[in-house]
Design a protein around this ligand. Structure first.
Ligand code: COA
Length: 260
């Protein structure tokens, strides 16, 4: 499928989706949000895709936020619809059932930081900058930023970043638990590829079970969370991959997971 604002490519079982508006630092307008929603829907449906990398075109930005020019003329109802569209996209990514890595070369601000936080792992260049600057525009985060930042980094960091609207560097973002890994700019692709390849070679049912238990468990009590874990654990016993993984250990060889 051809997109106006995205690039989509496959390398083995790794799909890379690139927000491609570099002249606007990959800002999220409505059309880009809709295309991302479609692209992630396709990635979810395609059994050949085991891991998704999400990034932005160019080396200056991952995504510099929701499109301010487009929002400038919105009515409250249009603002509500824009927020709902953005939140649906973030939830779709978070609940994809396959690991999603955010590859962050530069600015991840506002909607860009929200997009990165909806991914499961974040690998950033030392040049990356993070922030929720909406307050500087007379706005609040609208694509889940107040909620996901709260859950990822705690109330102190959420209030500091959202209230002060300031930018933080990748090192500080890692200290806060927002970023998984920080690498030199020239090492970004290699680092992302190594993690993506590892995830793509892992057992999909196990990966899906971990995503489900961690994400659902974060929103519920311990008993319900443990129940998610038991269900996911039990489901793995129905897969060839689990037999292969345990047999390979006993035979002292590397497992070859087939996604069955
Ligand atoms: N929405 C729409 N356009 C954006 C944008 C956004 N969120 N962020 C950047 N752009 C556009 C700029 O308007 C500019 O377009 P132009 O060349 O047609 O004027 C282009 O991208 C380059 O941005 P520019 O501001 O010139 O780059 P810079 O290096 O001077 O500054 C930033 C980079 C990221 C610091 C700055 O662009 C910025 O603050 N962006 C907005 C961040 C933000 O508030 N995001 C949250 C939105 S809710």
């Amino acid at each position: 499928m051809a997109y106006r604002n995205l690039l989509v490519s496959d390398r083995g079982a790794v799909r890379t989706i690139t927000a491609n508006r570099p002249d606007k630092l990959n800002a999220l307008n409505r059309e880009t949000l809709n295309e991302l929603t479609l692209a992630f829907g396709q990635a979810a449906q395609d059994d050949a895709v085991r891991c998704v990398v999400l990034t932005g075109a160019g080396d200056k930005a991952f995504v510099a936020g929701a499109d301010i020019a487009e929002m400038n003329g919105y009515t409250p109802l249009q603002g509500q619809a824009f927020s709902a569209t953005g939140q649906q996209l973030m939830s779709r990514i978070e609940r994809l059932g396959k690991p999603v890595i955010a590859r962050i070369p530069g600015y991840a601000l506002g909607g860009g930081m929200e997009l990165a936080m909806a991914c499961h792992l974040r690998i950033a260049s030392e040049k990356a900058r993070f922030g929720q600057p909406e307050i500087n525009l007379g706005l609040i985060p609208g694509f889940g930023g107040t909620q996901r930042l709260l859950r990822l980094a705690g109330r102190g960091a959420a209030l500091e970043l959202c209230l002060l609207g300031k930018q933080i560097n990748a090192e500080r973002a890692q200290e806060l638990g927002i970023v998984t890994q920080v690498v030199a700019p020239e090492g970004l692709d290699e680092a992302v590829q190594a993690v993506a390849d590892q995830l793509a070679a892992s057992a999909p049912c196990a990966a899906a079970g971990i995503l489900d238990a961690v994400l659902q468990g974060g929103e519920t009590g311990i008993d319900q969370g443990l129940s998610y874990e038991t269900q996911g654990f039990a489901l793995c016993f129905a897969t060839e991959d689990m037999r292969e993984g345990t047999t390979a250990f006993l035979e002292r060889r590397n497992p070859e997971f087939k996604g069955r």
